[in-house]
Design a protein around this ligand. Structure first.
Ligand SMILES: Nc1ncnc2c1ncn2[C@@H]1O[C@H](COP(=O)(O)OP(=O)(O)OP(=O)(O)O)[C@@H](O)[C@H]1O
Length: 717
């Protein structure tokens, strides 16, 4: 009886939401058609405002992306008001009325993510609406009167989302964002925000939804674009559809290796050298090195129209000081050349004046000899001779000097154009220069670094190269007119972004941080990461250390504490691993339990490939419609990849940020033996959403295989 009443209530709620969704979709289609028409009109209107055109296009794209989950939530206020929450906001025909659908990023939607029984924020109930296309398939109601005992927001909807099979592509989470995530997504963006969170706590989710929130809230950011930095191309591919699905196009995604146009990583660097090259000392070293390339102060002798002129050292020093202040090498040269043109024009004018004065005096002497009665008039000098250059004439002369190829050649010889790659290679390859400009390096470190000077670029060279390019100040040609903001930003090395989001930020070296700051001088940065997953060659073990050299004390910390991905059964294994990794953090609290005990098999090296093949096949059958991933020690990764088709076989470093329904970790001991190996094992163990298997490789043979009846391949015959 009770169940029947409950079912009837549910059906009524579904019908009610279906009626609303029908109305909203009809209105959406009308708005989309109208936007398309206006955008098309604006595109053909040559005099139209470009910003407005882009805005219309963006709004249209955004509304077009809302095929699934257009409306996903509803808030019922204590005062009887009803608000529906959706992917984009939608106004009724009557623009004075309350919005038909509230955009999830709008302040009015906030209680949907943060209202609790303790702090209901004026709300009586939160409802999650599940849809499939245009059909409402279910509702989850959560009264905010204290009768629901969970600290999760919309627990039913969340757990059902988390239990979905993984497709290999990250999905949006706007309907189930949690309170602590929402706080970070909507946090102030005026300075650097660093978010620490264990594996699966939704750092990537938060980072990407924050981009969408910021672009929605701060219109000018869309004009400047947002940069999303991830750890690997595979990771960027994994997250690629999230922002477009949220309607965002003003976003450039890159890794630190692909950020600099024209520079490509072609080799792996020795870990020790990579650590040395990542140190903060290179920034001042490179600045001093490029400063030393500036021409020396001295008298400058020039020729103009057959006459010789000398600009004295003091005038040259003044011009140099004013030209170089705050400017890169090549820009300073440009500014100096302008000073030089003026100085030369003035010198020519002065010389001409002096010449005329001499001529006049000579003329007066001659006249005086003819007419002894005429006394020379001191006041008559100069004024009665037409020959002094007017301001206009001097300006015309300056322009001729500025356009002169001879003068340009002179400047080029005295202050030559420098190629950033050649300059960096020269520094890296010259021990004397290294000792002079990077005195903090030991003799051994100088030798190690200089041995790499002629090699193709490694990852740790890119930030050094970027710094030299920046200090020399070359700008690539502007992107073609009409290209999108993201396209223009991607091609322009000197682009300044409105905001930068860094995922797996714990991996960044000091020099990579500098590379980020150059692109975002406003320091509007969100960096998410897990210091316990650090594998990079730098030696930082806390966020304070990681950003000391670049951000100093001026950053805000936030934390994510709940693990959404990894089941409780797996997280329980990670305590000792974290301790071995030297972690100071509390592991995140897992919200899910799958009831599947992680299992372990021990094999000999000779058995490994066959067992791995059989195991992966079984996992694939168990997780039909989902994904399986293999994380192996570097010692076995290549061999395994050659025999395991259709499943990713990655090292712990490569698996960073990724997830699968089932993960097979091969040779965990081998992983721990790698540099920062306990951190690597922590990454490997926490990639699965459902099942974790481990294949231990024992050279002496498996004496104690754990036999499990429900895992057939674990039984040895
Ligand atoms: N609020 C949420 N609603 C639905 N799914 C969520 C939510 N938060 C996180 N998830 C899911 O949990 C999983 C882990 O999230 P995410 O990859 O963002 O974690 P992470 O902290 O970046 O992990 P790692 O440090 O391992 O890279 C993903 O599948 C993500 O979609």
């Amino acid at each position: 009886m009770h169940r029947n009443a409950e079912e009837i209530r549910r059906q009524v709620a579904i019908a009610e939401e279906q009626t609303f969704l029908d109305t909203a979709l009809t209105r959406r289609d009308r708005v989309a058609a109208n936007l398309a028409e206006r955008a098309e009109q604006a595109a053909t209107d040559d005099d139209g405002d470009l910003t407005r055109r882009r805005m219309l296009q963006r709004q249209y794209e955004e509304i077009r992306q809302t095929e699934s989950g257009f409306v996903f939530g509803r808030l019922d206020g204590l005062d009887g008001t009803v608000r529906h929450i959706g992917r984009v906001g939608l106004r009724d025909e009557d623009v004075q009325a309350d919005p038909l659908v509230v955009d999830w990023r709008a302040p009015a939607a906030r209680p949907f993510y943060t209202a609790t029984a303790i702090d209901p924020q004026g709300q009586a109930r939160r409802r999650h609406v599940r849809t499939s296309g245009a059909v409402v398939t279910g509702v989850d109601d959560e009264p905010l009167d204290g009768t629901a005992a969970s600290d999760l927001v919309g627990e039913g909807a969340l757990l059902s989302a988390l239990d979905q099979r993984r497709t290999g592509r990250m999905a949006t989470a706007i309907s189930t964002l949690q309170h602590e995530q929402d706080d970070i997504i909507r946090a102030d963006a005026t300075g650097p925000l660093i978010v620490q969170g264990g594996p699966g706590t939704g750092k990537t989710v938060v980072a990407l939804h924050r981009v969408a929130y910021l672009l929605f809230t701060h219109g000018q950011m869309a004009e400047q674009a947002v940069l999303v930095l991830g750890p690997s191309p595979r990771f960027l591919d994994y997250i690629a559809q999230v922002l477009p699905a949220l309607g965002e196009t003003a976003v450039v995604s890159a890794t630190c290796d692909t950020l600099v146009p024209g520079a490509t990583v072609e080799r792996a660097e020795d870990r020790r050298i990579s650590e040395i090259k990542g140190r903060a000392l290179w920034q001042p070293a490179l600045e001093a090195y490029v400063r030393a390339l500036l021409p020396p102060v001295r008298d400058l002798g020039l020729r103009w129209e057959g006459e010789a002129y000398v600009l004295d050292a003091q005038a040259v020093a003044d011009a140099l000081a004013s030209a170089t202040a705050g400017r890169s090498y090549h820009r300073a040269r440009q500014a100096f050349a302008e000073h030089l043109h003026q100085l030369l024009a003035d010198a020519v004018a002065e010389q001409r004046e002096a010449l005329l004065q001499q001529m006049e005096e000579g003329f007066e002497d001659i006249l005086a000899r003819f007419d002894r009665r005429a006394e020379p008039q001191a006041t008559a000098t100069g004024s009665d001779v037409d020959g002094l250059m007017s301001d206009e004439e001097i300006e015309e002369l300056r322009e001729r000097i500025a356009g002169s190829a001879t003068i340009a050649r002179f400047v080029e010889t005295w202050w030559p154009t420098r190629d950033p790659e050649a300059m960096l290679r020269r520094l890296l390859g010259d021990r004397a220069l290294l000792r002079r400009f990077a005195p903090a390096l030991s003799a051994e470190e100088v030798t190690l670094v200089s041995a790499t000077a002629a090699l193709p670029w490694a990852s740790s060279d890119i930030p050094l190269f970027d710094a030299v390019v920046d200090l020399l100040g070359d700008r690539p040609a502007a992107a073609p007119h009409g290209a999108s903001v993201a396209e223009r930003a991607r091609k322009d090395r000197a682009w300044v972004y409105g905001h930068v989001v860094i995922d797996e930020a714990q991996e960044l070296s000091d020099m990579q941080w500098h590379m980020v700051l150059r692109r975002c001088p406003s320091r509007s940065i969100t960096a998410v990461g897990d210091i316990d997953q650090t594998e990079a060659s730098h030696r930082h073990t806390s966020w304070t250390q990681a950003v000391q050299a670049t951000l100093g004390e001026r950053w805000t910390a936030a934390e994510l504490t709940i693990c959404y991905r990894t089941p409780r059964e797996v997280m329980e294994l990670t305590g000792p691993v974290l301790a071995k990794a030297g972690s100071l953090n509390t592991p995140p609290r897992a919200v899910r339990s799958t009831g599947i005990t992680p299992w372990k098999l021990t094999v000999t090296p000779g058995e490994l490939l066959d067992t791995a093949t059989a195991t992966v096949e079984s996992l694939r059958q168990r997780w039909v419609g989902g994904t399986v991933g293999v994380v192996a020690s570097a010692a076995y990764a290549e061999e395994l990849a050659a025999v395991l088709d259709d499943v990713p076989v990655l090292t712990a470093t490569q698996a960073k940020g990724l997830e699968w329904d089932a993960t097979l970790v091969v040779d965990p001991d081998g992983i721990t033996a790698e540099p920062r190996g306990w951190n690597g094992l922590y990454i490997a163990l926490t990639r699965c959403t459902q099942e974790l298997g481990r294949l231990q490789v024992a050279p002496q043979g498996p004496e104690h295989i754990e036999v499990r009846a429900d895992v057939p391949w674990a039984v040895r015959t």
